[in-house]
Design a protein around this ligand. Sequence first.
Ligand code: MG
Ligand code: MG
Length: 255
Amino acid sequence: MIELKTADEVATMRESGRVVAKALAATREGAKVGTSLRELDQIAAAVISDAGAKPSFLHYHPSWAPSPYPGVICTSVNDAVVHGVPSDYRIADGDLVSIDCGAYVDGLHGDAAISFVVGSADPTDLDLIACTERALYAGIDAARAGAKLGDVSYAIGVVGREAGYGLMADHGGHGVGRAMHEEPYVPNEGKAGKGLRLREGLVLALEPMFIMGGRDQYWRDEDGWTLRTVGGTRAAHVEHTIAITGDGPVILTEL
Ligand code: MG
Ligand code: MG
């Protein structure tokens, strides 16, 4: 069932979204060569707690996972696409780091992710990240009342395919609200003009995940969570939670 949000609920989600944005900015700031992923998790935990919010990911236990999630953020480095568990791994020069964070205020969740390179960047990594961000903003721009869900999926996917990147199989965006993952599922590739008609009050997390080398497949690390690219190529993941309003799409997970 798709739950449309009231203006009051969207206002609360703007608060949780702002907390998520702050936590992501702090982890980005704290991510230096030699910083451990667990330290980044602690930075995000402190920002969320100081804001009086609660972390969405900690102890989250979807049916496919072996155990409740042990972190506040996901830290996916290089060939890890998503769901990387914060570990004692220390960031090396040139690592491509993706951080995904969720937090809730009054039971309403915000969900966002960023990708960046620490230290000296390979230009191909920067291109991958820039393309993934471009796809996210193309998807946001297509998310308007009266448009179709397929317009959003198409807008995201065409950017990645035209650049020759793989699109992470079986993974995409989603509705978000009282649950972190709500209907509808938002594929990162689709047909314009098809699918659900978008309405005011719909809140979506859009999250392109692009893979260098053009392959869509992934495999699950032995930690049971981290999803890695087949072939070990690098991947980028960016995400915003947005509300569809009468004035167009509004990004909730900004500062
Ligand atoms: Mg997320
Ligand atoms: Mg999400």
